[in-house]
Design a binder for this molecule. Structure first.
Ligand SMILES: CC(=O)N[C@H]1[C@@H](OP(=O)(O)OP(=O)(O)OC[C@H]2O[C@@H](n3ccc(=O)[nH]c3=O)[C@H](O)[C@@H]2O)O[C@H](CO)[C@@H](O)[C@@H]1O[C@H](C)C(=O)N[C@@H](C)C(=O)N[C@H](CCC(=O)O)C(=O)O
Ligand SMILES: Nc1ncnc2c1ncn2[C@@H]1O[C@H](COP(=O)(O)OP(=O)(O)OP(=O)(O)O)[C@@H](O)[C@H]1O
Ligand SMILES: N[C@H](CCC[C@H](N)C(=O)O)C(=O)O
Ligand SMILES: [Mg+2]
Length: 494
């Protein structure tokens, strides 16, 4: 592509070169280490380093031009194009370079504190049964059809996103489904994505290391709904799918000019669950919707999963998927990787691995465990390092509220001292709050919980779910709660 053609989508820019009219380039890159011959390098001012400091490396690797927002202090011989804000230019340029992949690729975005990953995999199942090839972007992985790829972020940066959507389009994907984190919304990673359906799951405390307060967190979430577009197309109408039982629903409804489809169990909504039956082996309810009623039953456990199924149903209804397909999808789905996942090795007590790492999610899964426990509930839980400190004591208090005994341990301490994280969790607690102990080493904590367990007890191992690592410092060590629990169960049997 000609550089001039790419730059045409920017209303203003300046350059030190008279030759940009003739320059051809073959890709955009924002990481100097990945630049190859013929690429354009765009400098992003990051949280850790400044991309403007890597222009020499980008040139050495073959960049043919640089796009910057600050003056470049080193001497380079390739043209420099100055824009006001490279982070804002990035999605505009990436969408143009990849020829607007989401313009013709139906795209669903899911935001909210908890349930995003679960809802995306419910939707994957629904659309697959509806005979549409799907692409799913989120916390666990990037999945295109049956092919999976590792990811660094729940929602990738704007450049990577457009590249992924381009690949999905080339791979014949008919429905893209993605998690949209509040960080992504706030940092403009999803500018340039044309969403058809935006789903809101719920809002509760998390990420207060990044957002100044819950109001700011909600503001970021609302951006997905204000980004739904203003034109009304009868061929492809756009929908905001909103949890009517969440106190934030009103603000989100007012953030969009598009159709609103609400769901819930308590307040009157367009899509509702009635006659909900929650059992230890699964869940059933009647789904009432503007297009009819249908009985749902699923292996998914807990009231929170009724909300996840409602969110997915409402979005599928908006996408005109017939109700029997939705019903079949919920009947078929076995579960979601690392979400309330049983570790069943024939033992006479239950071990559940779950990704609850916020106060609200921990409360939901512990409440569910408690409801179904015939005997004691043990919880093994920690809080992530370099993350929201204020959620630590809340999570510890919730653990003691529901569990008969809590084992507080490490969960990705990252660059923090694990002892200090555990101190933050337990500082205000004493024996009268409930029974607990602190075991810094996660493997030792899991082994101990398994040793304690007797017939019909439940052990909930929370926080890491699908993760197969423990991050200590900047290093990722192999660690899988499920593997550790399995080994501990077999060791107990001997
Ligand atoms: C705080 C944050 O969001 N950080 C993201 C950010 O990193 P950063 O700003 O530190 O990047 P940087 O290292 O300073 O680099 C700046 C620029 O210099 C470039 N560079 C850097 C080094 C070099 O040698 N050459 C070079 O060109 C980089 O490619 C980049 O363009 O940009 C990176 C690339 O896009 C992201 O991977 C990274 O996410 C980090 C890993 C992260 O932990 N983010 C979390 C907070 C996050 O975003 N989480 C949400 C999920 C939250 C939830 O659970 O709901 C998510 O969507 O993942
Ligand atoms: N609708 C819900 N409401 C409250 N808690 C939920 C809900 N759905 C799932 N959970 C709990 O939250 C945990 C995380 O669920 P899930 O991975 O689907 O959410 P997420 O929003 O993708 O999280 P993340 O922001 O970390 O990507 C689950 O393991 C479960 O404990
Ligand atoms: N996306 C979340 C995941 C948290 C998972 C938990 N295991 C932790 O490390 O805190 C975050 O980065 O805050
Ligand atoms: Mg997720």
């Amino acid at each position: 592509m000609k550089l001039k053609e790419l730059l045409r989508v920017l209303p203003f820019y300046e350059t030190n070169s008279a030759t940009i009219d003739t320059i051809e380039f073959n890709n955009i890159e924002m990481d100097s280490r990945k630049v190859k011959q013929g690429n354009v390098f765009i400098c992003i001012s990051g949280f850790t380093v400044d991309g403007h400091d890597y222009v020499t490396e980008a040139e050495a690797n073959g960049a043919v031009a640089v796009i910057a927002e600050k003056s470049i202090s080193v001497k380079v011989s390739i043209p420099i194009i100055m824009v006001t804000d490279t982070n804002r230019a990035l999605p505009i340029l990436a969408a143009k370079y990849f020829d607007y992949p989401t313009a013709k690729l139906p795209l669903i975005g899911v935001t909210g504190t908890n349930g995003k990953t679960t809802v995306t995999y419910l939707l994957e199942k629904i659309f697959n049964l509806h005979k549409k090839k799907t692409g799913v972007i989120g916390t666990i992985q990037l999945k295109i059809g049956e092919d999976t790829y590792p990811v660094a972020n729940t929602t990738p940066d704007a450049l990577m996103l457009q590249r992924i959507f381009d690949k999905m389009r080339n791979d014949n994907v008919k429905q893209a489904i993605m998690e949209v984190s509040s960080h992504a919304l706030d940092l403009g990673r999803v500018y340039g994505c044309e969403f058809d359906i935006a789903i809101f799951t719920n809002l509760s405390q998390d990420h207060l290391d990044y957002h100044t307060d819950l109001q700011d967190y909600l503001r970021a979430k609302s951006l997905l709904f204000s980004q739904l577009g203003n034109s009304y197309s009868s061929e492809s109408p756009k929908f905001a799918v909103i949890n009517e039982d969440d106190p934030s629903s009103n603000l989100l409804k007012h953030s969009t000019a598009q159709h609103v489809l609400t769901y819930g169990c308590k307040n009157k909504a367009n899509v509702m669950a009635e006659d909900v039956r929650l059992e230890a082996t699964g869940t059933s309810f009647q789904l009432n919707s503007p297009v009819g009623k249908i009985n749902i039953s699923s292996r998914l456990i807990g009231m929170f999963n009724v909300y996840n199924m409602l969110a997915a149903s409402a979005a599928a209804i908006a996408a005109r998927v017939p109700l029997p397909v939705i019903k079949a999808a919920f009947e078929n789905i076995q579960g979601v990787n690392g979400r309330f996942e049983p570790v069943a090795e024939g033992q006479d007590f239950a071990v559940i691995v779950d990704y609850a790492h916020t106060p609200d999610s921990l409360e939901n899964v512990l409440q569910t465990s408690k409801e179904f426990a015939k005997e004691k509930v043990y919880v093994v839980v920690g809080c992530g390092g370099d993350r929201d400190r204020s959620k630590r004591p809340l999570m510890a208090t919730i653990a003691l509220k529901y569990a008969d005994h809590a084992l507080f341990t490490s969960d990705n301490p990252r660059t923090e001292n694990p002892k200090e994280i555990l101190d933050d969790m337990t500082e205000g607690l004493d024996a009268s709050d409930g029974s607990f102990e602190v075991i810094e080493d996660r493997q030792a904590a899991i082994i101990k919980a398994v040793k304690y367990a007797k017939k019909d007890d439940i052990i909930l191992i929370a926080g890491k779910g699908h993760e197969t690592y423990q991050i200590i410092g900047h290093t990722k060590y192999d660690f899988d709660d499920r593997e550790v629990a399995r080994t501990a169960i077999h060791a107990k049997e001997k």
